[in-house]
Ligand binder design. Structure first.
Ligand SMILES: Nc1ncnc2c1ncn2[C@@H]1O[C@H](COP(=O)(O)OP(=O)(O)OP(=O)(O)O)[C@@H](O)[C@H]1O
Length: 360
């Protein structure tokens, strides 16, 4: 297992990039802890695969270095990096049995057969294929083959890191949850450094200790699921995490007050004067409808989402969402909305501004 360091890393697919916009991966420096479970999360094209391919050695970055446990591996081929990888689609040897597919990475490293047998049993149990070990892989469903790919990725305990690139795409929905839970257990038991690429926030939030949110070639925040929810450092994190995402509303902020179209409310904490594009961000869970308190709002639609209601509303010409409890009565007399000041964030040019006195 190893700490992974990305040192001034950047990548452009162009031979002669002219500016930052020509970089698929903008310059970044990060340390990913030894034994951490990280999810790389972001929408299509944000640079997740580019970053993963640089870490795995499929791609040499145009700038900067990758270090495993302090050792520079930027130019080392994949085979020398001692990593296990699981891709979106299954990679199995059809002519071999399930057992031999799972045993392959161990036999390749010259492990003795007693150890191989024991470890294969353990992994087969984990992926729920103990009774199919003697079967040839040809003829198995894509789902079963991907479980074998996952199992093969996990069979070695001595890898520097385990890299998963959207590994559950072909897996049946009910099995997805089970495999994610197994992966988390495996991480807990063996402490591998794991990197899991996905564009699905549920997958990222349930698998990872730390979620690395990417947007437009940049890492915009690395945080625990709670941190991403409570304190999105970039408006994209606010939109992308949460269902529905954070409300982002243009405002003017002066001291501890936010002004929206002439109306204003207390932010509970002071801010230094700021220029640029200023917005406030408030999650639907921290907005409450009222008959008397708060700023004017117009309810458009109330949706029943099972354990809660989602209210779609208009607020000074902007669409906002409000989450209410399933038992709350939402009537036409609720013409006001109040934001919980402790959960309102202020953004300048999309980046969160720390209020005065907040510890860095
Ligand atoms: N081989 C390539 N040559 C040129 N441009 C590329 C290449 N691979 C990716 N890109 C570009 O780099 C950017 C980042 O792509 P990347 O595949 O890393 O994103 P991603 O977040 O993994 O997306 P997806 O989830 O769709 O795989 C995109 O603009 C993409 O078009």
């Amino acid at each position: 297992m190893a700490k992974i360091t990305l040192d001034n890393l950047a990548h452009s697919y162009m031979a002669h990039p002219r500016g930052e916009e020509d970089f698929a991966l903008k310059q970044m420096t990060h340390d990913w802890e030894d034994g951490g479970a990280y999810a790389l999360l972001g929408s299509s094209g944000c640079g997740k695969s580019t970053l993963l391919n640089i870490i795995s050695g499929l791609l040499i970055p145009s700038q900067g270095r990758v270090l495993f446990g302090g050792q520079d591996v930027t130019h080392a081929p994949t085979a020398e990096r001692n990593i296990a990888q699981v891709f979106q689609f299954p990679v199995v040897y059809d002519t071999m049995t399930v057992h031999d597919n799972l045993a392959f990475p161990l036999r390749n490293r010259g492990r003795d057969e007693a150890y191989v047998a024991e470890r294969v049993q353990e992994i087969a149990r984990m992926i729920g294929m103990e009774d199919q070990l003697r079967r040839k892989c040809s003829g198995l469903t894509a789902d079963a083959k991907q479980k074998i790919s996952l199992g093969r990725g996990m069979v070695r305990k001595d890898v520097n890191a385990l890299l998963f690139d959207e590994p559950l795409t072909v897996i049946d929905p009910h099995m997805k949850w089970e495999l994610r839970t197994q992966l988390k257990k495996l991480h807990h038991d063996f402490g591998h450094t794991m990197i899991y690429v996905t564009h699905d926030q549920t997958e990222a939030l349930t698998f990872a200790d730390k979620v690395v949110v990417m947007y437009d070639g940049r890492v915009v925040q690395i945080g625990t699921p709670e941190e991403l929810f409570e304190r999105p450092e970039h408006t994209f994190v606010g939109y992308f995490i949460g269902s529905p995402g954070m409300n982002v509303i243009p405002a003017k902020v002066e001291g501890s007050r936010a002004y929206i179209n002439g109306s204003n409310f207390d932010l509970g904490t002071g801010y230094r004067a700021m220029e640029g594009k200023v917005e406030i961000g408030v999650r639907p869970e921290f907005a409450r409808l009222s008959q008397t308190e708060g700023l004017p709002v117009k309810i458009r639609r109330v949706e029943d989402a099972g354990r809660h209601k989602i209210i779609r509303a208009e607020f000074f010409g902007h669409d906002i969402n409000i989450v209410a409890g399933e038992d709350e009565n939402i009537g036409p007399d609720m013409t006001r909305v109040r934001f919980d000041p402790a959960h309102v964030n202020v953004y300048r040019d999309d980046w969160r501004v720390a209020p005065e006195g907040e510890a860095a």
